[in-house]
Design a protein around this ligand. Structure first.
Ligand code: SF4
Length: 94
């Protein structure tokens, strides 16, 4: 699944603001006029879509992946199998 097909809820965005997670928010395209929902993930430098989640990481020496923002990951990743773009379905591990 491509990055722009992942959305953040108003609650996700509000939580990241409250937590001061600018490292996450910089990758979100927030629609203020729509109550603060957001599309994910976009390059902070170019504004272009990123084809994979910037927070998925590979375990060293293992062929598995984990989520760097697991405790505050977007609701969509809590409700469904996590989407990670090119690593689709492989970032469920912490
Ligand atoms: S669960 Fe996967 S897709 Fe969702 S934020 Fe974490 S690394 Fe990214």
């Amino acid at each position: 699944m491509l990055g722009a097909e992942i959305t953040a809820t108003q609650e996700d965005v509000a939580r990241w603001v409250k937590e001061g997670r600018h490292d996450i928010l910089q990758y979100a395209w927030v629609y203020e006029h729509m109550g603060g929902v957001a599309d994910l993930w976009f390059s902070p430098k170019t504004g272009d879509e990123i084809g994979r989640c910037p927070f998925v990481r590979k375990h060293p020496n293992r062929n598995t992946y984990f989520c760097r923002i697991y405790d505050t990951r977007p609701q969509v990743c809590r409700d469904y199998k996590p989407f990670s773009g090119e690593y689709n379905d492989v970032c469920e591990d912490r």
